[in-house]
Design a protein around this ligand. Structure first.
Ligand code: GLA
Length: 732
């Protein structure tokens, strides 16, 4: 018998709860106190119910999280507990007493007591940034540590945001060894976990694994998050892409994060996530508080695609910056793949002229534009334009671009420094290092210690100047190395193990300060490819670079993975000449793949012949006609490249009057082989208006009703290795 089971007594005594379902048929408030004694809160979204209450030992306990309408969705039995063990399953699991879960709070008090005892104090239901929010305050009475647990409800997207604030109300410091953002408890069942893995050039690979008793941990320790902090959990066999219950979520944090999936031997599953406190600790001085980042959790009754649709809506409407969330992203050209560090004004202007001719709206110069930057061994840290490359200065070059009718963007890597730079020569103490350890370089870089205020002030000065003096509309903010030797020898002892926390906090403040002063500039997050993409970064950066690997077949896989967690509106996707796997897909195919996200071009377009220019011009024009669907539409993933050699993505407008279907073949199966029969000859569409008639482009100019397209489908018309088709559906 587990401790939890031994705690289950007094079931009958607690059966006098008020009804949780509204009896008058009105839409219930998102958060309701459904019982005063015992205290029980019920949080309702469109499709989910989350319940929690206070047990008779004063501990706040989770009661239920799942679908609306599940019988018995009030679990009152954990509220009256065996006094010998107390509540061992907790809403905010803490180290102390009988510990049955992965803890969210672990502290050490001044007398070296390491057990916490957090009991309910008060609650408040209020509105925070336009959404209902529940705050539950818990207090460790003797040591006066207050822990406030927040649940903000995004009811229409079935999403809950969870975070904690720890406040030291005593007059002596408390050492915080762990403070996770939140925990969720799911009923006993068999569960599968879907998550990403990633490494450079192979980001967003999907993995499905059965959760067996024990703890499965996903984590990052070196700031490099080629695997984004996203998960989906579903009962074994009960859910798939378009049906069945799925719990999903993300840790919204750009530093080291972790997520634990703790399956007890009773079969219950705890999901918990937040900052990875590995080699990190925080001293809370009297009256000081620590706010965790957010853990986003959601529930989809309609499968993984439903979970993605909710996350996309949430990211686009609740996460992306207000200044940019309602604007369509421009088609960009970036000269990195064409010229690398060899940036020459005249050559860039030639590229720009061609870019304008084919329909590009934003011209971006990548690495290599600043003083001393002839290769990756020098220059990082000194952010003045290289006068040898731009003799008339940067802004005079930008003027030429804007006169052509395009806006201008530029690459920066603020957090890094080369040893061969004026900045490093002046301030060697500004890099993270330990006095008697080698400070390892990666890509010839050391990492600036952003935990230091003087470093942040310097960086703000540099980039504020760059943005103030030049007409820059777009910043690609890169970060190309992993964290090592996170030492800060000058800092007082209590700050030494806070370096990683302060670094990320200051990084966020730096971006916020630059954006407050330059709100119209569009920002893209890049990190040696997709090494720092998460919902907190996307609340600042308007879009993301998912991978340095632009091979279209590889991108089909990565984009399919990416779209599980983040919307296409943030997914930069380029046409390049690069062939990572010796594949030679056609230019049309490269465009068709890139057009499923934010279209960019990185080829050496100055070398293109008339045929290539013609293809690009037509494809860019076509993209402009559908980009609102891709960027703001509803996604249906119809065929997975993780299951077959094919992939189909469909985007539908909110009013269902228009849609676009991207159909990709990665390689052809041998005709008449058994493998060939695995791929259906038709692809059934989704999300259309059954009664509407749609004209379907590229389908011999035919029309079909939504009903036909959803029940019979579009024929498979992408034959041959790396073949593709784009169908545009327009309601008549
Ligand atoms: C990283 C980025 C690339 C490019 C180079 C420039 O590798 O991911 O897109 O910007 O840096 O050095």
């Amino acid at each position: 018998m587990t401790l939890r089971n031994s705690a289950v007594i007094g079931l009958a005594a607690c059966m006098t709860l008020v009804s949780a379902r509204p009896v008058d048929g009105k839409t219930p408030d998102a958060i309701t106190l459904v019982s005063q004694s015992p205290l029980i809160w019920r949080i309702e979204t469109n499709a989910s119910v989350y319940q929690l209450g206070v047990a008779n030992d004063g501990i706040v306990v989770p009661l239920f999280y799942g679908s609306q309408g599940v019988p018995g969705d009030i679990r009152d039995f954990p509220l009256k507990v065996n006094p010998l063990v107390g509540s061992t399953i907790r809403e905010v699991p803490f180290r102390g007493g009988f510990v049955e879960q992965t803890p969210a709070v672990e502290v050490v008090y001044p007398d070296l007591t390491r057990d916490c005892d957090l009991t309910f104090q008060s609650h408040e239901i209020f509105t925070l940034d336009g959404a209902p929010c529940l705050r539950i305050d818990m207090l460790d009475k003797h040591y006066k540590l207050r822990v406030s647990s927040f649940i903000r409800v995004i009811a229409d997207k079935d999403i809950l945001e969870k975070w904690l604030i720890l406040k030291n109300e005593a007059d002596a410091p408390v050492l915080v060894e762990n403070a996770q953002s939140g925990s969720v408890q799911l009923d006993a069942d068999e569960y599968d976990l879907l998550h990403f893995s990633g490494r450079w050039s192979d980001e967003f690979m999907l993995h499905k694994t059965k959760l067996t008793p024990g703890v499965k941990t996903l984590q990052v320790r070196d700031f490099f998050s080629w695997t984004s902090p996203w998960f989906a959990v579903m009962p074994d066999g009960a859910a798939d892409e378009h049906s069945g219950p799925v719990w999903f979520g993300q840790v919204a944090y750009s530093g080291n994060w972790r997520m634990d999936f703790d399956k007890s031997s009773s079969g219950a599953l705890q999901l918990i996530g937040g900052v990875n406190f590995w080699d990190t600790a925080l001293t809370l001085a009297p009256q000081q508080e620590f706010k965790t980042p957010k853990l986003i959790v959601g529930f989809s009754p309609d499968g993984l695609n439903g979970a993605s649709q909710r996350l996309h809506d949430y990211a686009r409407n609740d996460v992306l910056r207000k200044e940019t969330r309602n604007t369509l992203r421009p088609v960009l050209y970036n000269s990195w793949f064409a010229t690398e560090f060899d940036v020459k004004q005249e050559e860039q202007l030639k590229l720009a002229k061609r870019a304008k001719d084919i329909g590009v709206e934003l011209f971006v110069i990548d690495d290599g534009w600043f003083k001393g930057r002839v290769n990756d061994k020098a220059g990082l840290g000194d952010w003045d334009v290289d006068k040898a490359k731009f003799p008339d200065g940067l802004n005079s070059f930008i003027e030429k671009i804007t006169q052509m009718g395009m806006s201008f963007g530029i690459w920066i890597e603020p957090e890094m420094v080369n040893k061969d730079s004026d900045l490093y020569r002046a301030h060697p103490e500004w890099v993270l290092h330990y006095p008697y350890r080698v400070a390892h370089e990666q890509r010839n870089q050391l990492m600036l210690n952003l935990a230091r205020q003087d470093v942040c002030d310097y960086l703000f000065g540099q980039f504020d100047k760059l943005l103030s003096e030049n007409n820059i509309a777009f910043i690609k903010w890169d970060r190309n190395r992993q964290l090592s030797e996170p030492g800060w020898p000058d800092a007082p002892p209590q700050l030494q193990r806070q370096v990683r926390l302060r670094y990320i906090d200051n990084l966020n403040k730096l971006i916020d300060a630059l954006q407050a002063k330059h709100p119209a500039v569009l920002f893209e997050t890049c990190s040696g490819g997709g090494g720092r993409i998460n919902l907190d970064m996307l609340s600042r950066m308007d879009q993301a670079w998912p991978s340095d690997n632009t091979n279209p077949t590889a991108r089909i896989m990565m984009q399919y993975g990416y779209l599980n967690a983040f919307p296409a509106k943030t997914m930069a996707s380029w046409v390049t000449d690069v062939d990572w796997h010796n594949a030679a897909p056609s230019l049309e195919y490269r465009f068709d793949v890139a057009m499923a996200g934010l279209l960019g071009i990185g080829s050496n377009i100055a070398k293109w012949d008339d045929r290539q220019v013609d293809i690009a011009t037509k494809k860019i024009a076509q993209y402009k006609s559908i980009r609102d669907l891709v960027q703001d539409g509803t996604l249906y993933r119809l065929v997975s490249p993780f299951d077959t050699q094919r992939c189909v993505l469909q985007y539908v407008s909110a009013d269902k009057s228009r849609a676009v279907v991207f159909m990709y073949n990665m390689w052809d199966t041998v005709q008449l082989s058994t493998n060939a029969t695995k791929g259906s000859q038709f692809v059934k569409l989704k999300g259309l208006d059954p009664d509407a008639v749609y004209a379907v482009s590229d389908f011999w100019d035919r029309s079909a009703s939504g009903r036909t397209l959803m029940n019979i489908g579009l024929p498979w018309l992408a034959w041959g290795d790396t073949a593709s088709k784009i169908f545009i559906l327009t309601g008549k």
